[in-house]
Design a protein around this ligand. Sequence first.
Ligand code: NAI
Length: 462
Amino acid sequence: MANYDVIIIGSGPGGYVCAIRCAQLGLKVACVEGRETLGGTCLNVGCIPSKALLHASHMLHEAEHNFAAMGLKGKSPTVDWKQMLAYKDDTIAQNTKGIEFLFKKNKIDWIKGWATIPAAGQVKVADTIHTASNIIIASGSEPAALPGVEIDEKTVVTSTGALELGKVPKHLAVIGAGVIGLELGSVYKRLGSKVTVVEYLDVVTPGMDGEVQKTFQRLLAKQGLNFIMGAAVQKVETTRSKATLTYKLRKDDSEHTLDADVVLVATGRRPYTDGLGLDALGIDTSPRGQIKVGKDWQTNIPGIYAIGDCIDGPMLAHKAEDEGMAAAEQVAGKHGHVNYGVIPGVIYTHPEVANVGETEESLKERGCSYKVGKFSFMGNGRAKANFAADGFVKILADKNSDRILGAHIIGPAAGDLIHEICVAMEFGASAEDLAMTCHAHPTYSEAVREAALACGDGPIHS
Ligand code: NAI
């Protein structure tokens, strides 16, 4: 008789949500976590702490740039970096303790330590072997290494080190204009650093809607971020006080250097499965190290499942959460389901950027006929009042059926607005359905309705 119905390895958003759902479904559950606190990368060194710093630095930006125009006079606040880090740490603690509370409430055992899977049905932590009918691997991801660049988490940092620098750097060089690079680059720019982003491609945030990419880069450049595009970083050399980054421009192969106090390496993440014993078990993985799973998230070894960043798909906390809930239901004999066509993505810069579903590029590639409904926040009264009129909402709908295929928003509260479109897509709605839904005035969400109207007879305010 096994000790547990399910043992989950990892307590990030995939693992802890899965554990709670398993417990709700009446299963006896344990979750193995080697960190001091629950919550994984997202709560401890990722989504949550970065949002605290984005919020604080955005407040400073508002005070510096928009307060006077609203009649709020006086000296702008100065940065007490130690206090800002304490605020960030307090935010982390509140969240990680919250998960601990939820574990107790749901009678989930937290097995402290790092797990190995010696055989199906067994999880070894330190010298103890725990048995379980099912094992769910939710071990997450780690920053991908970049050849020629050695991370010390002081001068050359990943997102983890960037969230606890000793001081605000004079010059921060960011390698990679992806989500991490642009979110943390924004934070330090607002706190007073010079920020230079060095990106291999000619566009920021690869894979996003092309029009959004261009607008996004232009708005960030207006905020003072410097971009060196089409540049492949070759190496980073450090002395006691600075780092020198060498890059080659792809257009002419010319080599250049850049000096900075701190270099943030944000060139992607890779699955973290070290020490689990996957090879010995014979678990199939992809060349990129992702654990291969079937439609029920089961690996090739019966009774061993995997979810989240360590399998294929976007490395997003909410994608892992959805998989966690669905895998729990599979294990409990139900039918878990994830709609991979409706997974939103959000970048928490200012303005925010959000997307769901198809891009114009992906639709063209597949030869689909579609129409575009676009509305600028310049035509939204609330956005104008709040100094937030940069950006637009763009809805893509099937040319014949009017069914919504995707949406791309750059603008205020984009990360919240996108969910109205996610729900519409989940229900198979047409752009007209959205356009006929009454939206309260004055709200940012009216821009979504206007974009939906733009798929039909046209928006009112443009
Ligand atoms: P990313 O994949 O978003 O971007 C990496 C960028 O680095 C790419 O633009 C790539 O072209 C560039 N690059 C790669 N090698 C380079 C080189 N040698 N020289 C110059 N540029 C180079 O990766 P990122 O930003 O590190 O994020 C990792 C993961 O974490 C992503 O999957 C992301 O979705 C996730 N994440 C999500 C967040 C959110 O949803 N808000 C926040 C933070 C991370």
